[in-house]
Design a protein around this ligand. Structure first.
Ligand code: ATP
Length: 228
């Protein structure tokens, strides 16, 4: 499997001050990789740096094996999709137009999330939180990204919706070869849909393990790294 995104000794932060240090992570094509950690561990900072919104202070980021310093819009053109907990749908536009203006066919979105069919004509702002995130993810995955970065996409949503979103990410990886890096509060659920897990603590990678191993050691991981 080819590595689609990789960091080597990455440091990044705010105002020139690093808050993540020496981060080595890799995501292969077709893989879902989960980034776990307490509040403030550095997960969002890592995602923002990969997306190009924060500068690299040390180390490097490679896409498809090539070092990149490109800003987000260029990374997007090269096949990177970045989604977050903030609902990114256009509120006054219908669900259908939200998809179309992202270059995604409504039919493809409905195939991914059949529940979107009934609300294609509804304005984005009137959709439920879960529907908005399905729309957001359908738009992101509809462009067949090489890399999907999802930062707490399911924050505050009902458990069933969390499963729907994670299953869609899993399917994109397995069927379309997308490499996905996901930050999730729901550690147990995230492990079920992912291949590998990194645990961050105080700005550093504390553990790197397979999801199977992480599930077996969940109690220990929660007690050591995920109890705020
Ligand atoms: P959470 O689950 O709370 O989002 P996180 O693991 O995503 O946590 P980050 O948001 O990456 O953690 O934060 C890592 C560190 O960077 C924290 O100490 C935080 O206070 C600091 N930080 C985050 N955003 C900024 C900012 N805009 N300016 C300065 N420091 C920041």
């Amino acid at each position: 499997m080819s590595t689609v995104v990789e960091t080597k000794g990455l440091a990044s932060g705010y105002g020139g001050q690093p808050v993540i240090h020496d981060v080595d992570i890799a995501v292969n094509a077709g893989e879902v990789v989960c980034l776990l950690g307490n509040n403030g561990a550095g997960k969002t900072t890592t995602m923002l740096t990969l997306s190009g919104e924060l500068p690299t202070l040390a180390g490097e980021i490679l896409f498809d094996g090539v070092v990149t310093k490109a800003p987000l819009h260029r990374r997007a053109r090269n096949g990177l999709s970045y989604v977050t907990e903030e609902r990114s749908v256009f509120k006054s536009m219908s669900a259908r137009d939200n998809l179309r203006c992202g270059g995604v066919s409504p039919a493809d979105a409905v195939q991914l999330f059949p529940e979107l069919e009934k609300c294609m004509g509804t304005r984005g702002g009137l959709l439920s939180g879960g529907e908005q995130q399905m729309l957001t993810l359908a738009r992101a995955l509809g462009r067949n990204p090489r890399v999907l970065l999802a930062d707490e996409l399911s924050l505050g949503l009902a458990p069933l919706v969390v499963d729907r979103l994670l299953a869609a990410v899993r399917r994109a990886a397995t069927e379309a070869g997308t490499g996905a890096l996901i930050v999730e509060q729901h550690a147990r659920k995230a492990m079920r849909y992912s291949d590998r897990v990194y645990v961050m603590s105080r700005g550093r990678i504390a553990m790197a393990l397979s999801s199977e191993e992480a599930q077996a050691r969940l109690g220990e991981i929660e007690a050591t790294y995920l109890s705020a």
